[in-house]
Structure formats: C-alpha cells, structure tokens
Design a protein around this ligand. Structure first.
Ligand SMILES: Nc1ncnc2c1ncn2[C@@H]1O[C@H](COP(=O)(O)OP(=O)(O)O)[C@@H](O)[C@H]1O
Ligand SMILES: [Mg+2]
Length: 238
C-alpha cells in the first residue's frame, strides 16, 4: 500500500478559547491529490493552518513523513518538506516574477539547487519564464496564483497544501488552475487542496473530505463523493 505522507489525527483547534475544529482527521498518501471541500466557515483554512503550525491544536496530532510535527512552528515545518500556499494569491507586487520565486527559496543556500528549482517551476508554468522580469503586481490573477504556487515549489516540498487556489478567478482562469493541479499531480507532486469549487475539486481528486461545522462529514474517493446523493444535494447544488 502507498505510504501515508501526512496524517492529521483528531485535531481540535481554534482561535483563543473558542474551538473551531472538533476531532478532525485528514490524510494524504504519497502521490495523491486530496481535496477538502465544505461550506464557508467549515474550518478548512483552520485545518491547514493547524497542520503547518500557524494555529495550535489543543488535542490531536500531525504526523508528516513519519515524524510527529504537532506544535512545531511554520518555519520548522517548511524545511521538512511541507509547503503551504495560503488563501489569497499572496505575491510581492513590486518585485519581479524571478525575485518572487527566489524569495521562495530563502531557506536554500545552494545556488545550483535554486537554479534547478527555477527550471522545474518554469517547466510547469512556462508563462512565468516568459514574464520573469515583470513586476508580479502586473500579472493577471491566474498568473499571480501560479506564481504563488511556483514560489512554494522552490523549497522542493514533498507535500503542497493549497488553500482555495481558484478563489476569485474568472472561469477561464479557474479551469487553468485545475489544469495546473492535474499537471502537478502528473509531475509527481503530492497535493492537498481546499476548494469552494466542489464539483471540479472532486473530479480531479483521488480522495476527498467534506468538512462541515469544524467536523469530518464525508470522505471517499472523488468519484464516489461526486456520485453520492447526499453530497450532491448538500454541496453540489442538487
Ligand atoms: N483569525 C481568526 N480569529 C478568530 N476566528 C477565526 C479566525 N479565522 C477564522 N475564524 C473563524 O473560524 C471559523 C472557520 O474559519 P475557516 O477555517 O477560515 O473556514 P473555511 O476556510 O472553511 O471557510 C469561522 O467561523 C471563522 O469566522
Ligand atoms: Mg478558507
């Protein structure tokens, strides 16, 4: 069986004293593309923030690549190969595409490895190589999202957590982002993606989870959830 890369088990976490997540369990195996869907406010972003250490769990644990990373800070988690692309296409607008990508490699000292990472990012997103000298703030929304993803890939991650990569993009760019996810999976990346675009997210996923009110509600293969009458009725608009 394919080994588990990340397992978040029984996470209870929140902000201040107020719990948002209640006993949430999520898992990704090597090479998988896993989607996490659910209504606004379900705790999807909080789950990702807890896994990478921005939010502290009051119970449960996170095991990544066989090591317990529960309670570690984001700057301790990142070098272990867990990359996180937060919601909102965050790029440095006044810096060029190339400078943004180089910022992503700030934990890397070896120039040859940085060049190799750049080559891989440019191979995956040729548009970024065409625009390497352009200020990031002048890119389209879809291109900025590719840059945000590309920057996360600069650290050679084993797993990439993407929070709402298609949020706020026009339909053309939404399709482009989903093509990109499929392309990343083909290139051998392991991905876990939060998406409000539930039907598309289930269609590309090997497995998926539905969160609701901070709890696990459904899980299964993308195909099984797409065909599930309850999932259809509740999350896919009938
Ligand atoms: N920084 C924060 N401080 C306090 N409450 C927050 C914060 N971020 C999110 N929340 C609350 O946590 C709940 C889950 O939010 P979130 O994880 O962002 O949901 P989702 O990503 O599924 O839309 C919401 O009720 C939201 O208002
Ligand atoms: Mg969110």
């Amino acid at each position: 069986m394919t080994p588990t890369l990340l397992r978040a088990e029984g996470l209870t976490a929140g902000y201040g004293k107020m719990p948002i997540l209640h006993d949430v369990t999520l898992e990704v195996r090597v090479g998988e593309m896993v989607s996490v869907i659910g209504p606004n406010g379900a705790g999807k972003s909080t789950a990702f923030k807890t896994m990478v250490g921005f939010v502290h769990a009051t119970s449960g644990r996170v095991v990544f690549d066989g090591q317990d990373i529960t309670g570690l800070r984001p700057d301790q988690v990142l070098p272990r190969g867990l990359a996180y692309v937060p919601q909102g296409r965050i790029v440095f607008p006044e810096m060029t595409v190339l400078e943004n990508l180089e910022m992503g490699a700030y934990i890397e000292r070896d120039g040859a490895r940085i060049r190799e990472s750049l080559e891989r990012v440019y191979a995956l997103f040729p548009v970024l190589s065409q625009r390497m000298g352009q200020k990031a703030g002048t890119l389209s929304g879809g291109e900025q999202q590719m840059l945000a993803i590309g920057r996360a890939l600069m650290t050679h991650p084993e797993l990439i957590l993407l929070d709402e990569p298609s949020l706020g993009l026009s339909p053309k760019f939404v399709s482009l982002i989903f093509d990109t996810l499929a392309e990343m999976k083909r290139a051998g990346y392991t991905l876990m993606v939060v998406e409000q675009n539930a039907a598309k997210a289930l269609a590309v996923a090997d497995r998926a989870y539905v969160l609701e009110l901070g709890r696990n509600r459904f899980e299964g293969t993308g195909a099984a959830l797409l065909a599930d009458p309850d999932v259809k009725r509740l999350y896919l608009g009938g």
